[in-house]
Design a protein around this ligand. Structure first.
Ligand code: PEP
Ligand code: MN
Length: 632
């Protein structure tokens, strides 16, 4: 059952409630949400839920109707995020796990590890115990293979996963891997599930090759009820009458499972199709269907692989696939999970162990909770690592970063339909102690949001930011509603909640609707779906520079002579620097004088840019670098 706590519950009341339930042999897990805290209670004894409902501090008791309890969405309404080392699987980010089917030698796993890391994988796979159909086929290198896998994982700084086939191996394997994999053939090996769950480590649970979704979730329940809190489901294809591919990838399982459970769901397209050239399209389809990640077989020479070579990607194919996923992500409102940049690592390290939201490093954004800037923060930073801090104005946001009240700021720079956010370009020039350390693009989707009891026929007026109203003008005109402008989209949602008037609707993000407990009547109502906003992640100049920068932004002011701009651009041409944006802005206090913002691709490492910077400094009246960072 789920016990929803009153917000004003006292510590003594909570303690009494927990003791009441544990005395009746219930296992309790406390889940703190954005607006309420609940206790998930699972037990073998039946109990009259009305008895619990009468206890002080209890707002509501909801029995869990599904046979799986801890795995069910009722148990935990928000998505679970599974941490494996520094990697977080689940939420809005896409995590890609890759590596060979099996560890074949030290050299092979080392080479595979570097290849998948270079391409952007965040976790390394490699089987050491291979459950093969034939007893004569390669069975894996066993513990020796695990040693090589661990060594490779440590060399590249990525966590590892490997399949466990026997309860007797759990203890030994726990010293080598960061997560266990339960293979398809063992999904209902209940003794194995209990032993692996009991180790308390993260587990990737493959779907049995003929398992129903309920059986799969019951297998997850075995793991969760045995001790681990971290289970990732993996769809890997099921047996059907079709023989065209190795298995049939059940893409429809992804949205179905996501509705039934809070656990992250990833897809293994390699074992699903069994044919190398069909893997990338299935991987992309899985992301579009809502998967939280992928596990993909990659080998330096798949033609020489001892097992599953035919379905294994060449490193170059894998690299292309990851680039395609990166391009797809913003369209479906997702973001590729990356290893934290150096500035993130250092700041997060300093806050390690501080789990309370206000103690986590802050990221300032302009607007109210549920603003698109807050979504950009949640997409850019690993889930749960940072604390988004709302600020009333952009100026206050910059000040918070300057005074280190927050570690970062998230500022919109331009929208694909509305153009540049000039105020932020100006603030970047006025705050020389702030630099850009990252970039992210997110798709802006507008939703029609109302009170839970309201229906479309009740609506008379729609409130939102003028830009959002303009972007949804066609939809609003068709309905004949009046409009009213307000300061921001999330503020409009807050207003609907506050007014408690069914005739008022807001246009805002899904996050804003969820935050205020409002209903989405229609989603993605914008006229043009190609609506993206590019954000800069800003920090104090003291923070370390990103390691893998491929983009630079700078400001120049010109000397007062003919051809001054051409002289500066000639420097870029000379060094083969590809400029991606040029924007002019008036200089404050100097009417009719302009400065120029330039974005460019970095030709090589940021250090190599110093010659360019030197010559630009000579050609221009003033040159200031705004930061080197990885393009979003
Ligand atoms: C594997 O991942 O190497 C594997 C054997 O997968 P599955 O259990 O899905 O066949
Ligand atoms: Mn395999």
């Amino acid at each position: 059952m789920i016990v929803v706590l009153k917000n004003e519950i006292t510590a003594a009341e909570k303690e009494f409630l927990i003791r009441f339930l544990t005395d009746k042999q219930f296992q309790i897990r406390e889940i703190t949400g954005e607006t309420q805290t609940v206790l998930g209670a699972v037990g073998k004894l039946s109990i009259d839920v009305r008895e619990v409902g009468l206890l002080p501090g209890v707002a509501e008791v909801i029995p869990i109707s599904k046979p799986y309890k801890m795995a069910s969405r009722q148990f935990r309404p928000q998505d679970s995020i599974v941490s494996i080392g520094a990697v977080k699987i689940g939420g809005s980010r896409i995590s890609v796990i890759a590596g060979p089917c099996a560890v074949e030698s030290r050299e092979q796993i080392m080479e595979s590890a570097w290849a998948v890391k270079e391409a952007g994988a965040v976790m390394l796979r490699g089987g050491a115990f291979k459950p093969r159909t034939s007893p004569y086929a390669f069975q894996g290198m066993g513990e020796e293979g695990l040693k090589y896998l661990k060594e490779a994982g440590e060399a590249i700084g990525l966590p590892t996963v490997s399949e466990v086939v026997s309860p007797g191996d759990v203890e030994m394997m726990s010293h080598y891997v960061d997560a266990f994999q339960i293979g398809t053939r063992n999904m209902q090996n209940f003794e194995l599930l209990k032993a692996v769950g009991g180790a308390g480590m993260p587990v990737i649970l493959k779907r049995g090759l003929a398992a129903t979704i309920e059986e799969w979730l019951m297998a997850a329940e075995y793991l969760l009820s045995s001790g681990t809190g971290d289970v990732i489901l993996c769809e890997r294809g099921i047996r059907t009458f079709s023989t065209a591919t190795r298995n049939t990838l059940d893409i429809s399982a992804i949205p179905v499972v996501k509705e039934l459970t809070h656990l992250p769901v990833i897809v293994d397209p390699s074992h699903a199709v069994g044919i190398r050239d069909k893997v990338p399209s299935m991987a992309l389809a899985s992301i579009a269907a809502g998967a939280h990640g992928l596990i993909i077989e990659v080998h330096p020479s798949p033609d020489k692989a001892i097992s599953d070579g035919a379905q294994t990607l060449w490193p170059a194919q894998f690299e292309k696939l990851l680039r395609d996923i990166e391009a797809l992500c913003p369209t479906v409102g997702r973001e590729m999970a990356r290893l934290p940049e150096r500035h993130q690592q250092e700041i997060l390290q300093a806050h390690l162990g501080k789990s309370q939201s206000p103690e986590k490093p802050g990221v300032a954004f302009q607007g109210e909770r549920g603003a698109n800037s807050e979504q950009a923060i949640l997409n850019y930073f690993p889930e749960g690592d940072v604390n988004p801090v709302p600020m009333p104005t952009f100026e206050k946001l910059f000040n918070a970063v300057l005074t280190k009240e927050t570690a970062w700021g998230m500022v919109p720079l331009e929208n694909s339909l509305a153009g540049s956010v000039l105020e932020n370009y100006d603030l970047l020039s006025r705050y020389p102690d702030i630099k850009i350390v990252g970039e992210i693009k997110i798709r802006i989707q507008h939703n029609l949001i109302v009170l839970p009891s309201a229906e479309e026929t009740d609506i008379r007026k729609v409130h939102s930011h003028p830009q959002a109203l303009a972007q949804c003008a066609q939809y609003i005109a068709k309905k004949g509603w009046r409009t009213e402008s307000c300061f921001d989209t999330a503020g409009a949602a807050a207003m609907v909640k506050q007014e408690q008037n069914i005739a008022i609707a807001a246009i805002a993000s899904e996050k804003a609707a969820n935050y205020h407990g409002l209903k989405i009547l229609a989603s993605s109502i914008e006229t043009n779906p190609h609506n993206y906003t590019r954000f800069a992640v800003i920090a104090h100049t003291d923070t370390p520079m990103p390691e893998k920068a491929d983009k630079v932004s700078f400001i120049i002011t010109l000397k007062s002579r003919p051809g001054a701009l051409a002289d500066c651009l000639a420097v870029l041409k000379k060094f083969n620097v590809d400029m991606t944006k040029l924007e002019s802005r008036p200089i404050e206090g100097k009417p009719w004088s302009y400065m120029f913002y330039i974005d460019a691709k970095l030709p090589a490492a940021p250090e190599d840019f110093s010659a360019v910077a030197q010559e630009l400094g000579d050609a221009a009246e003033d040159y200031r670098c705004l930061g080197f960072y990885r393009a979003g």
